[in-house]
Design a protein around this ligand. Structure first.
Ligand SMILES: [Zn+2]
Ligand SMILES: [Zn+2]
Length: 68
């Protein structure tokens, strides 16, 4: 896939991906692979840990446990 132009955030690096949230075209430095978002969207939401790890103590799948 070839997209011509420069990253809309830094305007220095060639475009690598498009953000699936805001549609901004960004370079690999400004693209969050895990989320498919640009770093601006990630910063806007703001509460994701760097490694995208679940917090200790959380249920891994977020599934409620039912006891019968
Ligand atoms: Zn960039
Ligand atoms: Zn974005």
């Amino acid at each position: 896939m070839s997209v011509e132009g420069l990253c809309q955030i830094c305007e220095r690096n060639p475009i690598d991906e498009g953000c699936t949230r805001c549609g901004q075209l960004v370079c690999s430095d400004h693209y969050h692979d895990t989320r498919g978002w640009c770093t601006e969207c990630v910063a806007e939401v703001g509460d994701w840990p760097e490694d995208d790890q679940p917090e200790p103590g959380d249920h891994p799948d977020g599934v409620d446990e039912y006891q019968f």
